[in-house]
Design a protein around this ligand. Structure first.
Ligand code: MLT
Length: 327
């Protein structure tokens, strides 16, 4: 009888706490929200997050502050959110690395498909293959020849295993069948500083971090990973035109919340995301940065979940063939 009472008591408590989470969520949001960027400040994910968060906060009527938790290719920031209170006040804006790290890491501190609720897709950003300004190669063929001839000393910057820049660098190296020296950073914001200073030779990074530099001529650009040329970088050939179609890739971004976040909060966040993606200021900035907002129909939990599942399956064999893992 004592055991039965204890079980009934625990069940009642669980039901009560679910009820009170849901009741609390009805007035959501009642205070400031934190959106975690799993890379350094000043980089491409940070740029996208700050733009979208500012617009979402107008619809939600509460401030969204951005917290940069860089390191381990985005997995430290993802872990921070996976372990946060599931109350709608801690969110994660992450990209394709959420899918690739599920295979790249032998051990992750969270279960990618079961540790999060999904808010929606944000944008898909092309990447650009760059080198320091004084790199002698003037086209992609020249860069490949240079890399093959200097394989032991050519350095490739990335934001750690699991970053978009890591994936793109891996596609480059496997397409040219040459291993180069990789240099990891906590984000491509600081990596770009070193590329500009000539401390590293090559980087493949999102247009949200590179368009301004390419336009200003402070780096050498060889190709863009989208199927079509970009309006803002008309002279830059696509990887297909330049001879490496294997490098075609788009870096999609999504917003997540810890598993168990009440549905009422998720619904409000998805709606605020849809409003932000239609915000003319956000759309105009995205165009300047060589990208565009995701369609409204994709700024939903279902679309992000389907994308993540599909992308884990898509990249698993590619990563396994490259044989690159992290512990
Ligand atoms: C960043 O924000 O620093 C990037 O998204 C890093 C990357 O994934 O390459």
């Amino acid at each position: 009888m004592k055991i039965l009472n204890a079980v009934l008591g625990a069940t009642a408590l669980a039901a009560l706490s679910l009820f009170s989470a849901s009741a609390n969520a009805q007035g959501y949001p009642e205070r400031q929200i934190t959106m975690v960027v799993p890379f350094s400040a000043g980089g491409p994910t940070d740029t996208v997050t700050r733009l979208v968060a500012e617009s979402m906060s107008k619809d939600l009527g509460q401030q969204i502050i951005v917290e940069n938790v860089g390191g381990a290719g985005g997995t430290l920031g993802a872990a921070r959110v996976a372990n946060a209170e599931p109350d709608g006040y801690t969110l994660l804006l992450h990209h394709i690395g959420m899918a690739t790290s599920a295979t790249l890491y032998r051990k992750l501190p969270y279960d990618t498909l079961n540790a999060f609720e999904y808010v929606g897709l944000v944008t898909e950003v092309p990447m650009t293959l760059l080198a320091r300004k004084d790199m002698e190669a003037t086209d992609l063929k020249g860069l490949i020849d240079y890399a093959k001839a200097n394989q032991d000393k050519v350095t490739v910057a990335n934001a750690g295993i699991g970053a978009a820049s890591h994936l793109c660098g891996m596609l480059f190296m496997s397409a040219i069948e040459t291993s180069l020296v990789t240099v990891p950073y906590k984000g491509t914001g600081p990596a770009m500083t070193d590329l500009l200073g000539g401390q590293v030779d090559i980087m493949c990074d999102q247009t949200t971090n590179t368009t301004k530099q390419i336009q200003a001529g402070t780096v050498k650009a060889y190709a863009v990973t989208s199927p079509e040329r970009l309006d803002v970088l008309k002279d830059l050939p696509t990887v297909k035109e330049a001879g490496l179609p294997q490098m075609e890739v788009g870096i999609w971004h999504g917003i997540y919340a810890p598993k168990g976040t009440p549905k009422e909060a998720i619904d409000k966040l998805s709606k605020a995301l849809q409003v932000a993606l239609k915000d003319p200021n956000v759309a105009a900035r995205f165009v300047e940065l060589g990208t565009k907002p995701s369609p409204e129909a994709d700024a939903t939990p279902e679309a992000l979940k389907a994308k993540l599942e599909g992308e884990i399956a898509r990249w698993k064999p590619v990563i396994e063939a490259a044989g690159q893992y992290a512990d």
